[in-house]
Design a protein around this ligand. Sequence first.
Ligand code: SF4
Length: 362
Amino acid sequence: MTHTTLIGLSFDELKTELQSALNIPSYRAQQIWEWIYRFGQTSFDNMTNLPKNLRQDLTDRYTVSRPLISMEQCSLDGTQKWLLQFEDKNEVETVFIPESDRGTLCISSQVGCTLTCTFCHTGTQTLVRNLTASDILHQILVAKDRLNDWGPVTESRKLTNVVLMGMGEPLYNYDNVKKAMLILMDQNGIGFGKRRITLSTSGIIPFIDQCADELGLNLAISLHAVRNDLRNELVPINKKYPVTDLLNACRRYAEKTQNRRITFEYVMLNGINDSTADAKELVQLIKGIPAKINLIPFNPWPGSGYTCSTPENIKKFASIIENAGYMSPIRTPRGQDILAACGQLKSESQRPVKHKVTKAIY
Ligand code: SF4
């Protein structure tokens, strides 16, 4: 008998499921929820405040165990990468980046991606499937297990921030991302604040508006170019959602989220998008938006065809932006030795040839 996972059900769904299948009152659902999301328990047997016969009934029907970790790598700089394999054998990568003042987990939202940003390794892997809310949450639960990061909410945590910047376009899997993030933020569970979660998108405008209304997370935009002709090439979804419309959506997002600062990601590609003219145009374009511009030195991957801008050019680019009054940190590449840096993630999962996979909505 296949066991249904309880991970990824909203609290109301969990209550209804347990009530209808086992006639469990809602306070028991609350206890189970806390075991799962506050204590990271992976076995009903250890849920010690539940009666023994209930633990057995739960074990017979359900599971709260984790997916298989098919690979675990640790970089020389402390970055850790896990390759998780789900029941259907599809795999995604999740990366933990420890820093002195925070620990950030970069999670994936899709196996592969429908988009084909030319500088991104994931973009070479076609979409296999959207991750479920359970798959998305499992990346966080596994990281907390491996980091030994469960415990009272009053203690400081190793995992302090989550960024949806791994494999996939999160706004093309919005419903599952939304469900997972609401569970992550539930105060009776992991209790993550929305200011500690950043959603990074290539610019799917209708969902940017929806995300402002429903989640209010930090928003990061994969901008990478300021002119439509170049952005059409680097981030082809720009043909559907061009730069000026995208920046107007950012203005609306900032307004709806009490002027929350928006991060613009800008990968530095030698001779492609790194001229002083590009930097000047960038500051003109984002005028009026509370913004920070993250400059990302390009991380090469096999067959990428681009090279990284020179350190001098990156510094010059940053100083133009800073002189205009915006923060413009240059991201230090992390985990390069284990292909865990930005734009390098990819799994071996392939879309099955015969099986038709529903494409994400355009
Ligand atoms: S940058 Fe993001 S949206 Fe673009 S191909 Fe890579 S994973 Fe997909």
